[in-house]
Design a protein around this ligand. Structure first.
Ligand code: NAP
Length: 443
């Protein structure tokens, strides 16, 4: 591994293909025999620092259409939080099911799960049938893993009957020194970014792109009012940028003055601090408070000059969904990709049908959407939102921060990269966007 890293750091990427692939590598894992460790605890009390381990694991064999990547940097996604607290189910159930598909996928069904759904790094080896990529290429990887053997996904790869999220529903993820991906997950690394910056947008950027911009999602247009929950978080920091970039008007919901400041730094003007304004959409565990929905809707109108949201960008789930359906404009769209606060949603259907609103489910992004989202990053039109970077050894602490909502934007992880700031190949483009790239840093 040392020689591979030295070759990459010295810029001699071509040499990487000549060097032996290490038989072992270090990766962040959960263990199958610990899947019941948090049983009986409330979600909030489950501590990723107890379940995430740094292990030395064997390098998997490379199959057809696959690539092994030397991972320079990765990022924390909320899916690693879900894996680490074994909610809503243990991810070993995904690995087991995937393992039954074929002898090749059986490699994934192991008593440990190497997690992580983002990476920036250098291709080490490619398997048979891979022509588009070669050892030494600098890449990022999106996290869509599909088989495409059934016709279901031939128009939209997200609809494949064997669609999975790499590093969550498959093994050998990106929070590690080496990762195994399908070669069609690979995309060019944005040349003006460091390894940790390039690794951070992938999953959330692609998800927000489909959810908000794509015709498969809310199909946002110029002038749309877009209510963005968690607007300085992982998904929200990209939704806010897409709204601004596409001529829409984001109304950003956050929970502190610091997070409000981040939204302003991205260019948003309409901001709601949900903590300062004290919204309580639930009176108790089972009863929602419609007066609070109305107060929230009135505040949005006050900010927009009377407009209701054309689009509500949803992911908090149970806690906010009733309010989201209520505040969307007549004919508006509530587009959801998650349920962080609980997946059994409750809303008043009268407001939905009488006002001809639509609820759209959205999940990650198809190949094309992921590529388009990465292209916007590579062109400097949308920027990474890295706020903090941890070494691989401290990944569990990084996941803890995200679980406790102590973070802002994205939290990066250095896997092989020895320090931050490496990997920039286009300093001129970087210089043009430096302030935007660093918006979330050093706050
Ligand atoms: N389906 C998919 O493809 C997909 C992809 C990515 C993520 N997700 C899911 O989407 C969710 C968010 O992911 P993320 O990466 O954006 O996480 P994140 O970085 O933690 O950001 C989420 C933000 O939502 C806000 N929030 C959290 N709980 C809330 C609540 N009860 N009410 C109102 N706002 C709340 C918080 O912002 P404030 O405190 O500032 O309000 C938080 O920062 C997770 O559940 C994740 O698993 C799904």
């Amino acid at each position: 591994m040392k020689q591979i890293l030295e070759a990459i750091l010295s810029g001699d990427n071509a040499a990487v293909g000549e060097l032996d692939v290490p038989e072992h590598y270090r990766g962040i894992t959960v263990h199958a025999d610990e899947a019941a460790m948090f049983d009986g605890l409330d979600s909030k009390e489950k501590d990723p620092r107890k379940s995430l381990h740094l292990d030395d694991v064997p390098t998997p064999e490379l199959g057809p259409g696959e690539a092994l990547v030397a991972v320079m940097a990765s990022a924390i996604n909320y899916n690693t939080v879900w894996t680490s607290i074994f909610e809503p189910v243990s991810t070993f159930s995904f690995l087991k099911r995937y393992g039954k598909l074929s002898p090749l996928t059986a490699r994934h069904d192991l008593p440990y799960h190497v997690v992580g759904s983002d990476l920036a790094g250098v291709v080490l080896r490619t398997g048979p049938g891979v022509n588009a990529w070669k050892p030494g290429d600098e890449v990022v990887a999106h996290c869509l893993s599909v088989e495409l053997e059934s016709p279901d996904g031939h128009n939209d790869t997200m609809l494949d009957s064997e669609q999975r999220i790499w590093g969550f529903e498959t093994n050998f993820g990106g929070l590690a020194e080496i990762a195994l991906v399908k070669s069609n997950q690979l995309m060019p690394k944005p040349a003006h970014l460091t390894w940790e910056e390039a690794a951070s947008p992938g999953l959330v950027n692609s998800t927000a792109y489909r959810q908000l911009v794509s015709a498969n999602g809310a199909n946002m247009k110029q002038g749309d009012v877009v209510l963005v929950w968690g607007a300085s978080g992982g998904l929200g920091s990209y939704a806010t940028q897409f709204a601004l970039n596409g001529g829409a008007i984001p109304v950003c919901v956050v929970s502190s003055p610091e997070k409000a400041e981040l939204c302003r730094a991205m260019g948003a003007e309409l901001i709601i601090d949900r903590t300062a304004e004290g919204y309580r959409f639930w009176k108790d565990e089972t009863t929602q408070d419609q007066k609070e929905w109305k107060r929230f809707g009135a505040r949005i109108r006050e900010l927009t000059g009377g407009d209701d949201p054309d689009i509500v960008f949803e992911h908090p789930g149970r806690e906010t969904f009733g309010a989201s359906v209520y505040v969307a404009r007549k004919g508006g769209t509530i587009v959801t990709c998650a349920s962080t606060s609980g997946f059994m949603h409750e809303y008043d259907n009268r407001y939905l049908w009488m006002n001809l609103k639509r609820i759209i489910g959205s999940h990650f992004a198809n190949y094309r959407e992921a590529w388009e989202a990465n292209r916007l990053i590579a062109k400097g039109m949308v920027h990474p939102t890295v706020s903090k970077v941890y070494p691989l050894e401290d990944t569990a602490q990084a996941a803890y921060d995200v679980h406790r909502n102590l973070h802002q934007g994205k939290v990066g992880v250095l896997t092989l990269a020895p320090t931050e700031g490496l990997g920039v190949r286009d300093p001129a483009l970087r210089e043009q966007h430096l302030a935007a790239i660093n918006r979330f840093r050093n706050r």
